[in-house]
Design a protein around this ligand. Structure first.
Ligand SMILES: [Zn+2]
Length: 208
């Protein structure tokens, strides 16, 4: 099984401005050869990385088949999606870390990550979604609500709330998906942009 880690506020922020020393500490703490971060732009680009990637890719998904290469996604209220894929003979062959917000759901970034893993030979794919804003808390205006729910009916929740997890699960039915059910807005131990413009970011990390 791939190794997974989700941090909260107690580990500090990993945002690209004030989180740089925490990023370095994380790489040291994990004692892995390579720890790869992204410059996330709410796009749908997925990068395949190898075991000596030092670049910070402008992307919203990372995929690798290299052991000891940690992939990192940073989030506040968006969904940190960590995916693991087994080959036909049952060995773990590829992993992915994906940033899925409302825009990412619409632009299909998770679909691109799954497709990239399948190209690397992944047959049986499972995923975990870490702390994010839940369907009771993610309220949007009427226009946005109508726009998103028209494209992704499963996101429809009561009182103009969006259920991004349900939308994601429906978008990638080939992935057996688990929700840790930790809401960033409700739980003060996690960074939440919506709770008051907090700029901190927690991370989800996956490594073969
Ligand atoms: Zn909530």
């Amino acid at each position: 099984m791939a190794r997974l880690l989700f941090t909260g506020k107690s580990s500090g922020t990993f945002d690209p401005i004030s989180g740089l020393s925490n990023r370095e500490d994380l790489a040291k703490t994990l004692s892995l050869s390579t720890t790869v971060f992204m410059k996330q732009v709410h796009g749908n680009l997925v990068e395949i990385v190898d075991n000596n990637s030092t670049e910070i890719f402008e992307a919203d998904g990372l995929v690798t088949s290299f052991k000891g290469t940690a992939l990192v996604v940073q989030t506040a209220d968006c969904l940190p999606l960590l995916i693991s894929g087994l080959s036909a003979d049952g060995s773990e062959i590829a992993i992915a870390a994906v940033h899925v917000g409302r825009k990412g759901l619409i632009n299909g970034v998770a679909l691109n990550a799954v497709a990239a893993m399948q190209k690397l030979g992944a047959k049986k794919i499972t995923g975990v979604v870490g702390p994010h804003i839940c369907h009771r808390c993610y309220e949007v205006d009427e226009q946005l609500f109508n726009e998103v729910t028209a494209l992704h009916p499963q996101t429809k929740s009561a009182d103009r709330r969006l259920n991004l997890f349900a939308g994601l699960a429906a978008q990638i039915p080939q992935v057996s998906l688990r929700n840790l059910n930790i809401c960033t807005l409700e739980n003060p131990r996690y960074f939440s942009f919506r709770r008051g413009g907090e700029s901190g970011r927690q991370v989800g990390v996956i490594c073969l």
